[in-house]
Design a protein around this ligand. Sequence first.
Ligand SMILES: [Zn+2]
Length: 212
Amino acid sequence: MAEIEHHLTEPLLAAYAAGNLPQAYELVVAAHVSLCVECRARLGAHENAGGAVLETLPGAALSAGLRDRVMAALDAPPPAAAAVPRRSGIFPAPVMAALKGQPPRWKTLGGGVRQQILQADAEGSARLLYIPPGVAVPDHGHGGLELTLVLQGAFSDKTGGFGTGDVEIAGPELEHQPVADIGPPCICLAATDAPLRFHALIPRLLQPFFRI
Ligand SMILES: [Zn+2]
């Protein structure tokens, strides 16, 4: 994997360490941390600072299983090369857990774009996206924070380029239309809030885009 250039922010790492993130975001953070030595170290600092608080937060019960598995992995002796990702194929361990160890069951969205929803609740949703090279991902109207982790290939939007392992953090002010780079299909893990807005756009509002 090329060197990761786009990392998690301190507030995201702190919220993750405290167990305060919605599950969809938590999955993206866990997946990036499992791939990224730098963020793993930064998370460790938050864990040390906030470990006592973690025990008392009600939010920690939301997905303690996932976090426990990640923490267990982080506590394990580091491999000989610290940069060796813990993953199965292109999917980091937290994604494999969300897939229950099975290959993705892609659902076609049109234009060659496919998705599999991994997790959805009132706070947000997480999905895998498969974007053929050169194809644009429609702006799906996230109302708040969107986290996108590249698992294979790369994409670009007006903020820059994102390669494998990079995470894009987009707020509602960003009207972006990522385009998959030429090369292998771009496979991303994306988490958004406002899932109803996303669903309302499919298929009606996506249709003009997919005629391209
Ligand atoms: Zn990182």
